[in-house]
Design a protein around this ligand. Structure first.
Ligand code: SF4
Ligand code: SF4
Length: 190
């Protein structure tokens, strides 16, 4: 069994935890490990550590383990955990802050999630909404799965569920301003 030098881990993680609190507005000490977040998380079966375990590891100073966890990439920000938490711990924001920090350090545990996120935001920034077909095409190309879901395309096109051409929304410039403002405020693109 892995031995944990608790006092060393805690002193080494102090600055990290302080920065994490600043970035996410989450105080990890608020969590009292009731487990309600994990019990309600729809993606817990795809995670390597349950959401409450991520919090516990942070409380114990196991920063490296958390930043290498698949869970922080699997979290879909559905906020079920936040709604259920009796201590109002904003786990989705915490997960996002952890992903940003992991990416800064070059630790991208789920590369397809990272790619999807980048392409989604690129599309929204460019057109004001997602151009599904363009995003799927780039995603397949860049993830090396050229014909993934290709069989669905004719039906989706015939039923006008997707369009081969992107359509810009009317307030597209306002969306660009949101991206610019988020960047000016120090916001990070994942
Ligand atoms: S529901 Fe809230 S208090 Fe309970 S384990 Fe999850 S984060 Fe901690
Ligand atoms: S926000 Fe993330 S951690 Fe919370 S319930 Fe949804 S998927 Fe699970």
């Amino acid at each position: 069994m892995e031995r944990l030098e608790l006092s060393t881990a805690l002193s080494q993680s102090r600055q990290f935890v302080a920065n994490l609190k600043k970035a996410s507005q989450v105080d990890i000490r608020d969590c009292y490990q009731c487990g309600k977040c994990s019990a309600g998380c729809p993606l817990v079966s795809a995670m390597d550590y349950n959401p409450h375990q991520i919090l516990r590891m942070l409380q114990l100073g196991q920063v490296d383990k958390v930043l290498h966890a698949k869970s922080i990439w699997v979290c879909a920000h559905c906020a079920t955990c936040f709604a259920r938490c009796p201590k109002e711990v904003d786990l989705p924001r915490l997960m996002e802050a952890l992903r940003i920090e992991a990416k800064k350090r070059g630790i991208i545990k789920e590369k397809t999630v990272d790619l999807f996120s980048d392409l989604f935001l690129d599309s929204v920034q460019k057109y004001g909404r997602v151009h599904e077909m363009g995003m799927i095409a780039f995603y397949n190309l860049k993830s090396g799965q050229l014909f993934k879901d290709a069989m669905l395309a004719p039906t989706l096109l015939a039923n006008r569920k997707i369009s081969p051409f992107p359509h810009k929304i009317q307030g597209q410039q306002a969306v660009q301003k949101i991206f610019a403002k988020a960047k000016a405020m120090g916001g990070e693109r994942l």
